[in-house]
Write a protein that binds this ligand. Structure first.
Ligand code: C2E
Ligand code: MG
Ligand code: MG
Ligand code: MG
Length: 280
């Protein structure tokens, strides 16, 4: 009887595992079809200077315009895509579209957009892949953008866990591309480790702006001071109020991003040089 029970459990586990694998395969096939059908789109969120309120850069944020599910946010499909090489296909598409879009805006209004940069989120697996450098070169070549106009946003786990990440970041930076450390403060990187990383900009995670207590504010101050000591720029993420923006100015944080300064919007809603220059 015990034996039969054990066997039943194994079969149940087996069935659950199979269902899980099948569900996964279905979503993967769905993502692949979505890429082929052009269902993905980028929204662009501005990063502004704290002191002057000027446009500094955009961050490209992916969305999936799904035929049945509607607009699907990245947190609902990027983690799944990250479990396979699909994330590299998505990343390639994002690199090409984002550079093309910035080139279009620059062409539409060189005066306001000539110095603006474009940040693209790059997943760990993609950074570890041998082809990223060539893909970045390709995107820059096709769009005609200078390498210095492109910023790759990576997270702490990426830099510390992947043995090849450091080497790849060196190659990318040698090309002239900038690197930004996203969601800083949520992972395991200590402030001291920052000086050894191949990173140009620190993005302070939005969770630090949510709490108003003195300790958290001291932490933000500390991150800004350390980043500057290591010659890094600092962007505060998730700025939602004027008070938060004022506070950032006081502690010397020069760049900010958040709903208060601008929400992520599709290119067709962004007017540059009097026209909507969506690159399609
Ligand atoms: P992230 O790179 O840290 O992007 C910032 C997220 O915070 C975005 O969410 C943005 O819409 C949101 N945000 C910006 N300002 C505010 C604010 O003031 N308040 C609040 N509450 N939220 C704000 P989103 O677009 O849903 O993206 C979530 C995450 O998905 C991103 O976090 C990034 O890790 C990932 N992601 C987005 N696009 C891509 C992509 O093209 N490739 C990869 N690999 N990951 C992506
Ligand atoms: Mg980001
Ligand atoms: Mg972030
Ligand atoms: Mg994030």
């Amino acid at each position: 009887r015990a034996k039969a029970n054990g066997r039943g459990r194994v079969e149940m586990f087996d069935a659950a595992l199979r269902a899980e694998l099948e569900a996964r395969a279905r979503v993967e096939a769905d993502i692949r079809a979505g890429l082929a059908r052009g269902e993905f789109e980028l929204h662009f969120q501005p990063v502004m200077t704290v002191a002057g309120g000027q446009l500094h850069s955009y961050e490209a944020l992916i969305r999936w315009q799904h035929p049945e599910r509607g607009l699907v946010p990245p947190n609902e499909f990027i983690p799944l895509a990250e479990e396979s090489l699909l994330i590299c296909e998505i990343g390639r598409w994002v690199l090409n579209s984002a550079t093309k879009q910035l080139a279009a805006w620059t062409h539409a209004d060189p005066r306001s957009h000539g110095g603006v940069t474009m940040a693209v989120n790059i997943s760990a697996r993609h950074l570890a892949s041998r082809t990223l450098l060539d893909e970045v070169r390709h995107a820059l070549g096709e769009s005609g953008l200078e390498p210095t106009r492109l910023v790759l946003e990576i997270t702490e786990t990426v830099v510390l866990d992947e043995p090849t990440a450091d080497a790849h970041l060196r190659e990318l930076r040698a090309l002239g591309v900038a690197v930004s450390l996203d969601d800083f403060g949520t992972g395991y990187t200590s402030i001291g480790q920052l000086q050894n990383l191949q990173v140009d900009t620190l993005k302070i995670d939005q969770s630090f702006l949510r709490s108003n207590d003195e300790a958290t504010q001291a932490l933000v101050q500390l991150m800004v001071t350390a980043a500057h000591a290591f010659r890094m720029d600092v962007v505060a993420e998730g700025v939602e109020t004027q008070a938060q923006l004022d506070r950032l100015g006081e502690i010397g944080c020069e760049l900010a991003q958040g709903y208060f300064l601008g929400r992520p919007r599709p290119a067709r809603d962004i007017v540059v040089g009097g026209l909507s220059a969506a690159s399609g």
